[in-house]
Design a binder for this molecule. Structure first.
Ligand SMILES: Cc1cc2nc3c(=O)[nH]c(=O)nc-3n(C[C@H](O)[C@H](O)[C@H](O)COP(=O)(O)OP(=O)(O)OC[C@H]3O[C@@H](n4cnc5c(N)ncnc54)[C@H](O)[C@@H]3O)c2cc1C
Length: 382
C-alpha cells in the first residue's frame, strides 16, 4: 500500500505486537514475495534450508512421505522458519517504512460511513478514522467475514495438533528435512528445523503431535509422562526434545478449520490470508498463501482503474491457485490425519511404489512448493 502511494494504518489487537504460532515452512512462492520486498536475505539468514519432507510409519518402518525439492530443479527450496523471525523482519520493515501501527485495537466490526468510506469498530467501543479500503488480515477467526460478498462457511477439522518450539537437537534428525513419524493416520509426530528467532540466538525446532482437540482433556488427565511414553514408543529418537518439555503448558493446542471464502471482497473491504482461506497446515501453505494474496492485492490495485475494478481483479488473480490448494489440502489431510484406516492404507501402498515413478516426484514437489498451477507469472514474480 505504501509502495502504491497510499497511507496505510495497521490496527493490531495486542498491546505490543508479537509473533504468535508455531514455526513454519516458507515455500519458494512465499520466498519470492519476500524477495520482491527486499526482505529475503534477512529471512534466509535466519531460516533453515529444507531439502525434503520425509516420513516413516513407526510400526513397519515403511517410507510414507518422501518429497524432494531438488525434483523441481531451479524453483528453490523450502525454508524452516521461526515464527518470530518472519514476524520480526516484516515488523521492522513496516516500522522502517514509517507505517503507523496502532496497538491494543481489537476489531469487532466495521460500519459504512459517507462517500463509500468504512470505519472500524473496536472492542473498547471506539471507532477508527474513515478508510477507503479495509484490508482484513485478522486470520481465520476474523469477525469481518460476514461483510464479504460471499463469506462461505467454516468447517472445524477433527484433528489439530500440539506444538512447541524447542532447542534443536541434531542427533537422529536431518538438519535440512521436515521429518515425520506416523502410525496409520491416527498418530503423526513432526520435527521441523526452524533456524533462529534473531541473529545470534540458538537454533530451534518446531515439534508437532497430532491431536483431536476433543481428546485434549483426556491427555491432560493422563498426564505428561503417559503422553511422552506414547511419543517415545513411536519415535525413540525424540527423547531429547521430550526432555525439554517440562509440563503440558509448554505445548500449545492448535485447532484447524477448513474455510474457503468464495468471494474475498466486500464493499471497501478485502480479505487476505487466513481470513479468506484457512485449512489444516498439512501442506505448509498458509503463510505463503497470505504472502501471495498480499502481492496479488498490490498488482491488482496498481493496474486498476478504480477500487471496485482492483478488488475484482484481486479475486480473479488468486482464485485458481487458492481453490486448487484448498481442494488438495481437504483431499490429502485424511491420508495423514484421520481415524479411518483406508486413506493411510492407500498412502502406504502408493508412496513407496507409485510416488517414485516420474512424473510423480516432480508433481509432489510442485504441490509442496506451492507451484502447481504456478501463481508466479501472473503476479510478476520469478
Ligand atoms: C500449528 C500450525 C502450523 C502451521 N504451519 C505452517 C507452515 O509450515 N507453513 C505455512 O505457510 N503456514 C503454516 N501454518 C498456517 C499459517 O500459520 C497461517 O496460514 C498464517 O499465519 C496466516 O496468516 P494471516 O496473517 O492471515 O493470519 P494470522 O497469522 O492469524 O495473523 C492475524 C493477525 O491479526 C491480529 N488479529 C486477530 N484478530 C484481531 C482483531 N479482532 N483485532 C485486531 N487484530 C487482530 C493477530 O494478533 C495477528 O497479528 C500453520 C498453522 C498452524 C496453526
Amino acid at each position: 500500500m505504501r509502495r502504491l502511494g497510499h497511507n496505510p494504518v495497521i490496527r493490531e489487537r495486542f498491546e505490543k505486537p508479537r509473533p504468535l504460532g508455531s514455526g513454519l515452512m516458507l515455500q519458494p512462492t512465499g520466498q519470492a514475495v519476500l524477495d520482491d520486498l527486499g526482505l529475503l536475505p534477512k529471512i534466509h539468514a535466519l531460516g533453515a534450508p529444507i531439502e525434503r519432507l520425509y516420513g516413516t510409519d513407526s510400526r513397519t518402518g515403511r517410507v510414507v512421505l518422501d518429497v524432494r525439492y531438488e525434483k523441481l530443479r531451479s524453483f528453490g527450496r523450502g525454508l524452516g522458519l521461526h515464527r518470530g523471525a518472519l514476524f520480526g523482519v516484516l515488523h521492522d520493515a513496516v516500522l522502517a517504512a514509517g507505517i503507523p501501527v496502532r496497538n491494543g485495537n481489537e476489531v469487532i466490526d466495521l460500519t459504512a460511513v459517507a462517500k463509500g468510506k468504512r470505519r472500524l469498530r473496536f472492542m473498547n467501543g471506539e471507532y477508527s478514522e474513515d478508510f477507503d479500503l479495509i484490508v482484513d488480515c485478522l486470520g481465520s477467526a476474523s469477525s469481518l467475514k460476514v461483510h464479504s460478498l460471499a463469506p462461505g462457511r467454516s468447517r472445524p477439522l477433527d484433528y489439530g495438533a500440539l506444538w512447541a518450539t524447542l532447542p534443536w537437537c541434531g542427533q537422529g534428525f536431518e538438519a535440512s528435512a521436515l521429518m515425520q513419524r506416523y502410525q496409520a493416520a491416527r498418530v503423526m509426530i513432526g520435527v521441523l528445523p526452524v533456524g533462529r528467532e534473531g541473529p545470534g540466538t540458538p537454533d530451534r525446532a518446531a515439534f508437532f503431535w497430532s491431536l483431536k482437540p476433543s481428546d485434549y482433556e483426556m491427555l491432560q488427565r493422563n498426564g505428561i509422562d503417559a503422553w511422552k511414553q506414547s511419543v517415545l514408543v513411536n519415535w525413540p529418537e525424540t527423547r531429547p526434545y521430550l526432555e525439554a518439555i517440562k509440563d503440558l503448558e509448554a505445548l500449545t493446542l492448535a485447532r484447524y478449520a477448513h474455510h474457503t471464502m468464495p468471494m474475498p471482497v466486500g464493499e471497501g473491504l478485502v480479505f487476505v490470508g487466513d481470513s479468506a482461506h484457512s485449512t489444516s497446515p498439512q501442506l505448509g501453505q498458509g503463510a505463503n498463501m497470505a504472502l501471495l494474496d498480499a502481492r496479488a492485492l498490490f498488482v491488482a490495485l496498481r493496474d486498476a482503474t478504480d477500487l471496485a475494478d482492483g478488488l475484482g481483479h484481486y479475486a480473479r488473480l488468486r482464485r485458481r491457485h487458492i481453490r486448487l490448494y484448498q481442494a488438495l489440502s481437504a483431499m490429502l489431510t485424511p491420508f495423514y490425519q484421520s481415524d479411518s484406516p483406508i486413506p493411510p492404507m492407500i498412502r502406504d501402498f502408493l508412496v513407496p511404489y507409485i510416488a517414485r515413478i516420474p512424473p510423480a516426484p516432480q508433481v509432489l514437489a510442485a504441490v509442496v512448493a506451492g507451484s502447481l498451477v504456478s501463481p508466479m507469472r501472473k503476479l510478476g514474480l520469478s
